[in-house]
Design a binder for this molecule. Structure first.
Ligand SMILES: [Zn+2]
Length: 254
């Protein structure tokens, strides 16, 4: 997942994104990191003090989903408005759709607000070592600043109207957010099967903060291969490699 420092904070002024709110976060140039070479994931921990956890952390994301434990997890309680897509931005790292207020996820009696969703190619999480063509991350935050991210793996197959609209309307060049098309219904990315994996992890981009409850849908959603190709023209590779699970357990619902 990612929270772009400049555009997200501009777009979400008034919402507390506390781990990223300090002056240092604003001072850091979001372009000092990337996915290849000197700016690539193996160097993220060396950029600044705030990003050291990228290298030193023990609960980093993404991970390979392997050896899961069946658990009595509550069904995902997602309440996203069909018209939640407010703006769409090409932030230099991904295509991101910023959400209007009012869409929520309930988790453990706590309410998390949907802030934004964005895309990775290929998938960041893998399942039994297998990656998928893409992955979408729905980033939510509760009042205490904790994050809950719903991840959905994307495979090629039938076209998905909402994703097709993202590809048709995404800004081709990096720049400020522009109004999003009303047809970008976030709920269209949720697969029919609602089984999911849960584990504790981190942002998958600097500063890699270990503040994320990960909820990864077990069933992928289908999107058109041509739309994946459209995304790849802008971002051929924007996925962090899988990290060590260390002492974490991965729970599976249902
Ligand atoms: Zn992400």
């Amino acid at each position: 997942m990612k929270l772009d420092r400049r555009h997200t904070l501009k777009a979400l002024a008034g919402l507390a994104l506390c781990p990223l709110c300090g002056p240092a976060a604003f001072a850091a140039d979001a372009h000092h990191w990337g996915y290849e070479g000197e700016a690539g994931p193996s160097h993220w921990g060396d950029m600044d003090a705030a990003s050291k956890v990228c290298t030193l952390g023990s609960q980093q994301s993404p991970i390979d989903i392997d050896r899961t434990i069946r658990a009595e997890l509550a069904p995902l309680d997602i309440k996203w408005g069909r018209d939640a897509a407010a703006t769409i931005v090409n932030n230099g790292h991904t295509i991101q759709v910023n959400a209007a207020p009012g869409s929520t996820l309930s988790l453990g009696g706590d309410t998390y607000k949907l802030l934004q969703f964005h895309f990775h190619r290929p998938s960041e999480h893998t399942v039994d070592g297998k990656s998928f063509p893409m992955e979408v991350h729905f980033v939510h935050q509760n009042a205490a600043g904790g994050l809950a991210v719903v991840g959905v793996l994307m495979k090629t197959g039938a076209a998905n109207a909402a994703f097709a609209k993202v590809i048709a309307t995404m800004p081709q060049k990096e720049g400020p957010p522009v109004p999003a098309d009303a047809a970008i219904d976030p709920g269209a990315f949720i697969p029919k099967g609602r089984s999911y994996y849960r584990y504790t992890g981190s942002l998958t981009t600097p500063p890699c903060s270990e503040t994320v409850e990960w909820l990864l849908m077990a069933e992928p959603v289908e999107v058109a291969e041509s739309d994946v190709s459209g995304f790849a023209k802008l971002y051929a590779m924007n996925a962090r490699p899988v990290q060590k699970a260390n002492r974490r357990f991965i729970l599976r619902s249902g």
